[in-house]
Design a protein around this ligand. Structure first.
Ligand code: T3D
Length: 261
């Protein structure tokens, strides 16, 4: 394992940084394995919120194309295998985490690097960031959940426009279209992202985690099934110490102290 992923431990939350700035944090196999290990460690350590960002001037330029040079190796790569082994499990892992994952898109986000943020729960982007569905330029399709998230977030017209042209959109346009939560000045992006992540970690994180899972389940549930899921989740949350604390604090006109259970 190398330092392709930096982990800053902030107690009840952690900041994970993609760290190959000279390649705009493009993914190698080593970086995939390190990110997976860092996410699993954070989960197993009971972190109550996570922040994902990139080192240097970019967020992530997707797959490292240096590892896909057609002049090297024998014949075409099996991209079905690499997607199943690395990109798809990454999306599933992030979405399965029972805590909020904030993504701070600090610069250009291309290919899988543009779609990775969409698997996170709250996406903030600096005003200089751009989102690019680069797949169109190299004969691929939007992976890392892109062809699933884009139409759901944007509708088919904008999803197809972005995916078929590969044209960049600015962070402000991404926010205006509902692709991300907020566009922020570059200078304040990381402070705001850390403040938000720390706030989640100090919050009623059982309820926040269930909220995330409920909203995700809505994409495929029927209304009848989903109302039942809400009832189950409300039962679980209603039995939590954090719910009792939240209600007590409200009635006593004081700030709640949540512990995430
Ligand atoms: O397993 C599989 O392969 C299947 C999964 C695929 C998922 C994918 O993500 S496919 C899509 C791969 N990504 C791309 O096609 C994006 C390629 N990059 C770009 O189009 C541009 O670099 C950007 C638009 C992202 C940024 O442009 P710009 O002008 O700001 O920067 P730059 O000069 O192009 O890049 C800076 C350096 O990073 C440069 O290296 P150099 O010349 O300074 O030595 C460039 O080659 C390198 N770099 C950028 N992206 C990649 C990369 N190196 C390797 N792989 C990259 N994806």
């Amino acid at each position: 394992m190398t330092d392709t992923i930096l982990v800053a431990d902030h107690g009840n939350w952690a900041e994970l940084t993609l760290n190959r700035p000279e390649r705009l944090n493009a993914f190698t196999e080593d970086m995939h394995l390190s990110l997976r290990a860092a996410l699993e460690a954070a989960r197993d350590d009971g972190k109550r919120a996570l922040l994902l960002t990139g080192a240097g001037r970019g967020f992530c330029a997707g797959q490292d194309l240096g590892d896909r040079d057609p002049s090297q190796g024998d014949g075409p790569p099996d991209l079905g295998h690499t997607v199943r082994s690395f990109y798809a499990p990454l999306v599933r892992l992030i979405r399965s985490l029972e805590c909020p994952v904030v993504c701070a898109v600090n610069g250009v986000a291309a290919g899988a690097g543009a779609n990775l943020p969409l698997a996170c729960d709250v996406v903030l982007a600096g005003q200089s960031a751009r989102f690019i569905q680069s797949f169109a330029k190299i004969g691929l399709i939007p992976d890392t959940g892109g062809s699933w998230h884009l139409p759901r977030l944007l509708g088919e017209a904008r999803a197809k426009g972005l995916a078929l042209t590969g044209d960049p959109i600015t962070a402000q346009q991404a926010a205006d279209w509902g692709l991300i939560w907020k566009c922020l000045p570059d200078e304040t992006l990381m402070d705001e992202a850390r403040r938000m992540t720390a706030g989640f970690a100090d919050g009623p994180t059982l309820g926040l985690g269930q909220t995330k899972l409920a909203i995700q389940a809505a994409a495929t549930d029927t209304l009848t099934d989903h109302l039942e899921l809400e009832a189950d989740m409300m039962k679980r949350c209603g039995e939590s110490a954090d719910y009792a604390e939240g209600v007590s604090a409200f009635l006593q006109k004081r700030s709640p102290v949540f512990r995430g259970s």
